[in-house]
Design a protein around this ligand. Structure first.
Ligand SMILES: NC(=O)c1ccc[n+]([C@@H]2O[C@H](COP(=O)([O-])OP(=O)(O)OC[C@H]3O[C@@H](n4cnc5c(N)ncnc54)[C@H](O)[C@@H]3O)[C@@H](O)[C@H]2O)c1
Length: 255
């Protein structure tokens, strides 16, 4: 965080979904570094602050929400791809869409439903949903993934309108190309379709893609999302709601 910018988050309570690794783990660590009490939820358990569970299981998510004495902020960092490559979209079957929408969209909706009453009873707070540049430009790489993120951006706006009067802010954070395991699966799905001679190593593929999509020409790193997530939870962001904020090297520029 910027020197001299005191976020005043110490003692606040934060729920992070998808906290086992990648961006979610960095965001959990960022809040811990600010002195927050952080509890994670993930289908994998990689640390003792994480409760094992699947965000598509509404009862499990509700049970997790009920377990908090009080909660101030939630961050939803769960996301999966279909594991297939969408150029053209009929590389996928309609049946490949269900699980992606269930996890990326309905999972987020489950979390919002379970936690809204807890934040309302607290008298304020924030929700942050990790979306993607893919949800802002009809990205063909994985159409169900793009559609799930576009829908989540829209739901973020609905939730921000409903929860504004309760002093709860709701925003979305959109990454472009972040150095996490998620990109490994996108690379692997694409390589499978190529003849042997055209296949690339992960590093070569990433270098070429970053050069094409990022005006800054470099990977985004998970810690950059932690800096924004903690800022958005703080009072410095008290007038920011319903927004989709991109940390993407300029891949998408809003007019
Ligand atoms: N990495 C990128 O380049 C990139 C780009 C755009 C958007 N995003 C988005 O950012 C978010 C974080 O991405 P990441 O790169 O850290 O991904 P990641 O795959 O490294 O981590 C995702 C986490 O979610 C957990 N998870 C997956 N399905 C779950 C389920 N059903 N229930 C509970 N937990 C589940 C995984 O176990 C994992 O810990 C995701 O929403 C992703 O779509 C990432």
């Amino acid at each position: 965080m910027l020197p001299g910018m005191n976020l005043n988050l110490a003692g606040q309570s934060v729920a992070v979904f998808g906290a086992a690794r990648g961006i979610g783990r960095a965001i959990a660590d960022g809040f811990i570094a600010e002195g927050c009490s952080v509890r994670g939820f993930d289908r994998e358990m990689s640390a003792d602050f994480i409760t094992a569970g699947d965000v598509t299981n509404y009862e499990a998510v509700k049970g997790f929400a009920a377990d908090f004495e009080a909660v101030d902020h939630l961050v939803f960092c769960v996301g999966i791809g279909s594991g297939k490559f969408g150029f053209p979209f009929w590389n996928l079957a309609p049946s490949d869409w269900g699980r992606v929408l269930e996890v990326n969209l309905i999972g987020a909706v489950n979390v919002a439903h379970a936690f809204a009453p807890r934040l309302i009873e607290r008298g304020g707070g924030s929700m942050l949903f990790l979306v993607s540049v893919a949800g802002q430009m009809g990205s063909q790489t994985d159409p169900p993934y793009s559609a799930s993120k576009a829908a989540l951006i829209n739901f973020t706006q609905c939730a921000a309108k409903d929860l504004g009067p309760h002093n709860i802010r709701v925003n979305a954070l959109a990454p472009g190309m972040v150095k996490t395991e998620l990109n490994q699966s996108i690379w692997a799905a694409g390589q499978k379709l190529l003849p042997e001679a055209q296949r690339q190593s992960f590093d070569d593929w990433a270098k070429e893609k970053i050069k094409k999509v990022s005006h800054l020409g470099r990977w985004q790193m998970p810690e950059e999302y932690a800096a924004m997530a903690t800022f958005l939870a703080s009072d410095h962001a008290k007038n920011i709601t319903g927004q989709t904020i991109n940390i993407d090297g300029g891949q998408v520029m809003h007019s």
